[in-house]
Design a binder for this molecule. Sequence first.
Ligand SMILES: Cc1cc2nc3c(=O)[nH]c(=O)nc-3n(C[C@H](O)[C@H](O)[C@H](O)COP(=O)(O)OP(=O)(O)OC[C@H]3O[C@@H](n4cnc5c(N)ncnc54)[C@H](O)[C@@H]3O)c2cc1C
Length: 375
Amino acid sequence: MEQFELSAESRRLLEEAQSIGDELAPLAAKDPGSVNRSLIAGLAEHGLLGRLFPPGGGVSALDLCLIRQGLARSSTHAETAFAMQGLGAYPIVQSGSADMVARFIPAVVRGEWVPAFALTEPGAGSDAAALELEATKDGDGFRLTGEKAYISNAPEADLYTVFARTGEGRGGISAFVVAAGAKGLSGQKLAMMSPHPIGRIALDGVRVERSDLIGSEGEGFAVAMKTLDLFRPSVGAFAVGMAEAAREVALAHAREREAFGQPIVRFQAVSHLLANMAVEIEAARMLVYRAAAAHDQGKRDLLTGLAATAKVFATETAQRAVDGAIQILGARGLEEDHLLSHLYQEVRAPRIYEGTSEIQRNLIARELTAGRWPR
Ligand SMILES: Cc1cc2nc3c(=O)[nH]c(=O)nc-3n(C[C@H](O)[C@H](O)[C@H](O)COP(=O)(O)OP(=O)(O)OC[C@H]3O[C@@H](n4cnc5c(N)ncnc54)[C@H](O)[C@@H]3O)c2cc1C
C-alpha cells in the first residue's frame, strides 16, 4: 500500500473476493455450524486458498486482509471458512520443517484437508501462556494429555496445531501437529450464538513424534504469537467487510423509506448516524491496511501495536455499524432471515477471539509505554 491508496491490483483482489463470496453464498449458508467441505473446495477452486499460501511461503498480510474484507461483504460463512484454513495451517507454514510443509500444506491449499489452531483451554483463554495440556517425553517422541476448548473446525478438522506444555513458563510451550484419527484424540461440537464450526477436543496420551514439533521444543508460544500478529489485522478486515455490508443496506433503506412525507435519510438523526458509520469504517479500513503493510514490510517493531489497534478499533466499529444499521432499518432489520439480523450475531465474536478487546488494549498500552508505538 502506498500513499493511503490501494493499488489497482489490490482493488481487483478485493472486488474479486467479494464476487466469489456472492457466488459461494448459497453453498456457504448450508449448515454453517459444521465444517463445509464443499465450500472449502469452492474457495480452493477459485484460487483463494492458493493466495493464502503462495509457493515458497511469504503470505501477504494485505492480500489476506483484502480477501477477508471482500468475502465478509458477501458471505461471512465463506469468510470464516477461508480464515480458518489460514489460521490452522499458518504455524506449519511459518515454523514447520520443509518436510512438514510438503506433507500438509498442498492438501490444505487444495481444500482437501481442514486444519485447526488449538491454543485455548477451558482454564486458559486470554492468559494463553497458562495452558496446561501436557506433553510428556515418551522415548523419541511425546504423549499429549489434556483438553482444548472453543477450537474452530474442531472436532471435524483433519489436522490440529496443538500448543502443549513441555516445561515451565512461556519458554516451556511447544507446538505439535496432530492428525485427526490419532489414537486417544476425541472431540465434541459446541453450539454458539452465531453458527460456526467449533468444538472441544480431548487428548488422552496421544503419541506424537519429535518430527511433529512445529519449530523447536519451547518455541510454541512464539509460534502462536507470530501467527496472531499476522491474523489480527485480518480479523479487523473481516469486521470492516461486515460494517461495509451493514452500511450499504442502511444507506439504501434510508434513501427509500419514507416517514412523515420524506425519505428518512433527510432526517439529520439518520444521516448523521450514516455519516458516523462512514467516518469510523474508513478509519478502521486505514488502520487495517497500515497494520497489514507493516507486516509485509517486515516492520516487526511496529506490528504488535498496529495489529492490536486495527483489531480493537475495527471490531468495535463493526459492532456500532451493525447496531446503527438495525436502528435505521427498524423492525425489518430484526427479521430472522434479514442480513442485519445475521450480522448482529456474527459481529460479536471477533471482539473475543484472537485476543479480546481488553487484551488488545493491554498490548497497546505496553507498546505505548515502551515507546515503540505509535510512530
Ligand atoms: C467464535 C470463536 C472462535 C474461536 N476459535 C478459536 C480457535 O480456533 N482456536 C483457539 O485456540 N481459540 C479460539 N477461540 C477462543 C478465544 O481465543 C478465547 O475465547 C479468547 O482468547 C478469550 O478467552 P476466554 O473466552 O477464556 O476469556 P477469558 O480469558 O476468561 O476472559 C474473560 C474476560 O476477562 C478479561 N480479561 C482477561 N485477562 C485480562 C487482562 N489481563 N486484562 C483485562 N481484562 C482481562 C477478558 O478480556 C474478558 O473480558 C474462539 C472463540 C470464539 C468465540
